[in-house]
Design a protein around this ligand. Structure first.
Ligand code: KG4
Length: 334
């Protein structure tokens, strides 16, 4: 089954062609990051306009690169929630029109289900059940993936997503948007114990997380240093910050893995590209005797191949939409 898939939930316009879920025939991503960098974050209106400008051409190119004809497409899939509503609407409108014009089914895909599915592309042997930690710019979720379309959220952030926290911390360190990667690079030469940063817990909810206190702590530290004219050791603050995020994610994930009795753990989302997090999880999984799946960096960020992959399983489960499909800025995973 050949699926043309679309992703436009934030600041990446992406179109892919996949075959039977896991085989990627083409995977194109147009990043708008440069357009938003000057503002220090994503400007929703600019994101929507840019999606409109490039989505049709990107789709033509994805079909050409896949070496197929439009008539070979069996279904069109789209990331329809959660995300920036204007940005999502561009992808949803395009996908609806494409499905109608081609006379094929339309498959709606939850964006985070797509991120989790990036692991199926990278690791053909991976099958549910497994535990997934989805850490992106807008979401931080611990998910029991019981089956391809049967999931249960065990824990989530109560406030900021891990990626959002990375981006804000990077901003006060004077790094460009999106700040996760440059902060990761800066942290390489720092001392991760130099700055004492909080690791918050949510009383009575062992798998829930909170990152807003950590974000505020970094902002306050930087501002205090500036006001006192003290030199900030930015590399060490970045390293201490990465350690604090990892220390928040790791024990909850490993605790959930133990409780579920699973021996497979799959990390997903843009923040899964973080080198400290990857290192810590590798060590912990090895100690626990669990198999750890971490997609390559290209599949961690937003892309449409992951949407096409999950769409295949959604289709098999009978999850198709009509032309009344709407985008939604928020939506539970299950
Ligand atoms: O999954 P993604 O591309 O988009 C969403 O669905 O949100 O994630 C983007 C997030 C941004 O916050 C970005 O700063 C963060 O992933 N990120 C990283 C790294 N690379 C990207 N965070 C920490 N370390 C990285 N190496």
């Amino acid at each position: 089954m050949i699926i043309l898939s679309v992703e436009s939930s934030c600041d990446e316009t992406a179109v892919a062609v996949t075959e039977n879920g896991r085989k990627v025939l083409s995977d194109l991503v147009f990043s708008q990051a440069d357009m938003h960098a000057v503002y220090g974050g994503v400007v929703p209106e600019i994101a929507s306009r840019s999606h409109v400008e490039v989505i049709s051409r990107l789709a033509e190119e994805a079909v050409r690169e896949a070496g197929i004809e439009k008539k070979d497409i069996d279904a069109v899939a789209v990331s329809y929630a959660p995300g920036l509503i204007g940005a999502l609407l561009v992808g949803v409108s395009f996908a609806k029109a494409a499905a109608l014009a081609l006379g094929v089914p339309l498959i709606p895909v939850h964006h985070i289900r797509g991120h989790i599915a990036a692991n199926y592309i990278a690791f053909p042997e991976l099958e549910p059940p497994f535990l997934s930690l989805a850490i992106s710019g807008g979401n931080t979720l611990l998910v029991d993936v019981r089956d391809y379309t049967d999931m249960r959220v065990l824990g989530a952030t109560r406030d900021d997503a891990a990626g959002e926290c990375f981006d804000k911390a990077a901003r006060v360190l004077g790094l460009p948007y999106p700040g996760g990667k440059p902060l990761d690079e800066l942290s390489q030469t720092g001392d991760d114990k130099k700055y004492k940063l909080p690791r918050a817990a949510v009383a009575g909810h062992p798998y829930d997380m909170s990152f807003s206190g950590l974000k505020t702590a970094v902002v306050n530290l930087a501002h205090n240093a500036e006001q006192k004219g003290e030199e900030l050791d930015k590399a060490s603050l970045a390293a201490s910050f990465c350690a604090a995020v990892s220390d928040t994610l790791l024990p909850r994930t490993m605790g959930a893995l133990r409780e579920l009795g699973y021996d497979q753990l799959a990390i997903a989302g843009g923040v899964a590209a973080n080198s400290r997090i990857r290192r810590d999880f590798e060590r912990a999984a090895q100690e626990a005797g669990a198999k750890l799946y971490m997609p390559p960096l290209k599949l961690c960020g937003d892309n449409a191949a992951m949407i096409g992959c999950q769409a295949y399983y959604e289709y098999l489960a009978g999850n198709v939409a009509g032309s009344d499909l709407n985008a939604s800025a928020t939506m539970d995973l299950c």
